[in-house]
Structure formats: structure tokens, C-alpha cells
Design a protein around this ligand. Structure first.
Ligand SMILES: [Fe+2]
Ligand SMILES: [Fe+2]
Length: 190
């Protein structure tokens, strides 16, 4: 499992819990994008067949999370919002190096880090939220998401050396902690 360099601030958790409707709408967008990300690897790398089955499964799982969050949103009379750029994801992806294989390595490792941060933050919500059905919902999300960070690392290890992976993941973990510390606190996953 990946060890993030910094833990999320209590301020983030409190802000999210106090603006939960806004958070839910962002959470839906994150799940939809996570599903699309899984499929994007399949589309961009038709020759890397070992990625396909696991990432099609991941895309389906993330899509089912999107559907579940969508139902929560609809039940509260909220609506989806137009797509916006996630500054955290955009910041990380801007660090993906060029070169077909290097770019693949970086994207797999970036999403391992993104999943690890998601697991941490969903866990904070599961712990902090008072509403019992939502407590259970976020507990289930954490269990379901808990394999994803490791999955991206395992997929990287199918095509890249342990040395290349450990060197780059260390750099990306440093980059991630800088990004997290420089982002304003929002009622959003990132
Ligand atoms: Fe998910
Ligand atoms: Fe995930």
C-alpha cells in the first residue's frame, strides 16, 4: 500500500461535512471521471493487453459508484453540475513525462496516488459523518476503493521494473503533497 507523505487536515473534513451537498456533487464527478480513466488506458494502449481486463473491471466498479452517488444526489433534489477541471488531478497529470512508455508509467503511478488519497479521504468522511446510512455508504466505498491504489501499482509492475517504479513513485508522492498543501480547502474530494 502507498504511504502518502501528508495526512488530510481536519479543516478539510469539517468543511466537507458542513457543505455535504456540494461535496456529493463533486464526489459524483470524481467517480464518473475515475470510470473514464480506467477506460482511457484501454483505448490508448490497445497493445498493453494485460491492462485491459483489470481496468475494464475498475471502470465498471467506478461507474457503479457514480450511479450510487447519483442516486444520493437525486434523492436530495440536487443536480449534476457541468464538468470542471479538477485542479489536483490536473496538477498531477501535468507532471506526467513524455514518451509513450514513460507516460504510461507516470499515468499508472499518478492514479495509484490519486486512489490512495481518495481512500484516505473517504475514510475520514465515513468516520466523521453522523448520518448512519451515509456512514455505511462511505464505509462501503472505502472497502471497494481499498484495492485500487494497489491495483495501479501492480499494473505498473507488469510492464516496468521495480527500480523505475519506486524511483518515480517517490517523486510523485512528493509532488502530490505539495499540490495538496497548496490547494484551497473546498467541499470537494480534492
Ligand atoms: Fe470509486
Ligand atoms: Fe477508485
Amino acid at each position: 500500500m502507498l504511504e502518502l507523505r501528508i495526512t488530510t487536515s481536519d479543516e478539510w473534513t469539517q468543511h466537507v461535512l458542513a457543505n455535504f451537498d456540494e461535496f456529493l456533487v463533486d464526489h459524483a464527478a470524481c467517480e464518473r471521471k475515475a470510470s473514464a480513466t480506467g477506460l482511457s488506458f484501454v483505448v490508448k494502449y490497445p497493445d498493453k493487453s494485460k491492462l485491459h481486463e483489470p481496468l475494464i473491471s475498475l471502470a465498471r466498479e467506478e461507474l457503479s459508484h457514480f450511479h450510487q452517488v447519483y442516486k444520493l444526489i437525486a434523492a436530495r433534489g440536487l443536480s449534476l453540475r457541468p464538468d470542471t477541471k479538477d485542479p489536483y488531478i490536473a496538477g498531477l497529470l501535468s507532471k506526467a513525462r513524455n514518451g509513450r512508455d514513460t507516460h504510461l508509467l507516470d499515468r499508472l503511478l499518478i492514479f495509484a496516488v490519486v486512489e490512495a488519497r481518495g481512500i484516505e479521504r473517504f475514510g475520514l468522511i465515513a468516520k466523521g459523518i453522523k448520518d448512519v446510512p451515509l456512514q455505511k455508504f462511505y464505509g462501503d466505498i472505502v472497502r471497494s476503493e481499498s484495492r485500487h491504489a494497489t491495483l495501479f501499482l501492480e499494473l505498473a509492475s507488469l510492464y516496468f521494473s521495480t527500480k523505475d517504479i519506486s524511483c518515480r513513485i517517490n517523486e510523485l508522492l512528493d509532488i502530490e503533497s505539495d499540490i495538496v498543501q497548496n490547494l484551497p480547502v473546498r467541499a470537494a474530494l480534492h
